[in-house]
Design a protein around this ligand. Structure first.
Ligand SMILES: Cc1ncc(COP(=O)(O)O)c(C=O)c1O
Length: 445
């Protein structure tokens, strides 16, 4: 096959495939060759209000004209407006302090540093360990890879970061107690307490987890007793609870944050992606007065990132959140999500290679297997996930590849909340065709 004429430019590691997008509108990506792709994943599950909103672009342009680059420790009108909107309309009421970064990995990194600094400032220097979960993903820096449970992305980087303790994230379909066993939630919560005790509670700074596991697990939700028990355990052992809402935040699951579904009261929460609906690089670390007070008492500050809270990005976020409020898009994520669920069930519910369709709001994961009775995987070298994504692109739809290497063959959907009923139908049809094409003639491992 002839090389693409722009393959010397993009992507960084040549892959032979270039998706050359020249314009994006609503849930559609328009390509240089005149074709279009249905963006069933909101990019990396980030776009929420739909592409091409002029008023967001105008707000960003005004902000950059007024206050181009201002060091993150200074206040600007855009930062002030955004933090006011966040604390009055969006964040759980107990989270009153806001620190801004440029993306989710930076936010996760800052959340870990904040937890550690909090304990040091209180004279509790021994508390440094962050307990994470498998599967999970919190970012691609050395520290956030170490705190996460994503085998494929961690591979090779182990020497650069400490081997942080891990506990299982609830995964009902494949629970070692039995498929969809009712005690999977308690099993995983107990694993947390056992790990805190075996590590020594006096050495544990924080437990870090996504409220609903994003693409690493493919929209895995815990059973009802998980989060109450986890919160009790963290409190009992003086361990801070850090909740990652990067993928699940700002309406994606049909609530402002995934935490709302489970009544989670995090000590530190961080969320990006939907904060600007993909229009600008921005994420936030949100915490309590109690977490920050020991730092303030010592005159410590949390080191910023140069572009954290950039005025243009803050203006984009403020406008995107205003649009979500004005158009009731969180509620729309819930209603369109229910329609998507019904369509996926109808098209794929009985498919011989679909083990589970799971999710909430407009975050969905579809786990594919060679045999839906035994849950046997396809061989890993069959590359089913990538094949579905590639066939999807041929069908004119972009689906997001999920999984961690250990969790396999998971396809994620996360369209913008503005997606229409017809577009949802197209998404489900194109996904069925892509799955059929990718799994045809593939045998079990
Ligand atoms: C749950 C979760 N946390 C953290 C991150 C890292 O965010 P970013 O890619 O913006 O650095 C991601 C990215 O996909 C994510 O899904």
């Amino acid at each position: 096959m002839a090389a693409h004429p722009k393959s010397h430019l993009w992507p960084f590691v040549p892959s032979g495939r270039i998706i050359d997008v020249v314009k994006a509108e609503g849930v559609w990506l328009h390509l240089a060759d005149g074709t279009r792709i249905l963006d069933a994943a909101g990019g990396a599950i980030a776009a929420s209000i739909g592409h091409g909103r002029r008023e967001v672009a105008d707000a960003m342009a005004d902000a950059v004209a007024d206050t181009g680059y201002i060091v993150p420790t200074f206040l600007t009108p855009q930062r002030e407006r955004l933090v006011e909107r966040l604390t009055s309309n969006w964040l759980p009421k107990h989270l009153t302090r806001v620190h801004l970064s440029s993306g989710g990995s930076e936010a996760a990194d800052a959340a870990i540093r904040l937890a550690r600094m909090h304990h040091i400032a209180k004279g509790d220097d021994a508390r440094w360990k962050i307990i994470g979960r498998t599967p999970s993903y919190h970012g691609a820096t050395a520290l956030t890879l170490a705190a996460g449970g994503h085998t494929a992305r961690q591979k090779g980087f182990e020497p650069y970061a400490p081997d942080l303790p891990k506990v299982p994230a609830p995964y009902a379909l494949r629970s070692p107690l039995g498929r969809h066993h009712a005690d999977e939630d308690l099993r995983c919560a107990k694993a947390l307490e056992d790990t805190i005790l075996s590590e020594g509670p006096e050495t544990v700074a924080a437990f870090m987890a996504e409220s609903i596991t994003g693409s690493s697990g493919g929209a895995l939700q815990p059973g009802p007793r998980y989060w109450p028990e986890v919160q009790r355990i963290c409190r009992a052992h003086g361990v801070l609870l850090i909740v990652d809402e990067v993928m699940t935040g700002f309406g994606r699951t049909g609530a402002r944050f995934g935490s709302e579904h489970f009544d989670i009261k995090a000590d530190i929460m961080f969320a990006g992606k939907g904060l600007t609906g993909g229009y600008a690089p921005l994420a936030g670390i949100y915490t309590t007065e109690d977490v920050v007070a020991p730092l303030a008492a010592r005159g410590d500050s949390l080191m910023f990132y140069t572009y954290g809270g950039h005025p243009g990005a803050c203006a984009a976020a403020d406008k995107v959140l205003e649009i979500i409020e004005r158009e009731a898009l969180v509620e729309r994520a819930a209603t369109q999500g229910a329609k998507l669920q019904a369509l996926l069930q109808e098209r794929l519910g009985q498919h011989p290679h679909v083990a589970e369709i799971r999710g909430r709001g407009l975050l969905w994961g579809i786990e594919l297997v060679a045999d839906r009775e035994t849950l046997e995987h396809f061989p890993s070298d069959a590359g089913i996930t990538n094949a579905v994504v590639a066939h999807g692109l041929r069908e004119g739809a972009f689906f997001y590849p999920g999984g961690t290497g250990e969790v396999r063959d998971v396809i994620c959907l996360g369209p913008a909340f503005t997606v229409s009923d017809d577009e949802l139908e197209m998404m489900a049809d194109r996904l069925l065709s892509a799955i059929n094409a990718a799994t045809a003639h593939k045998a079990a491992a």
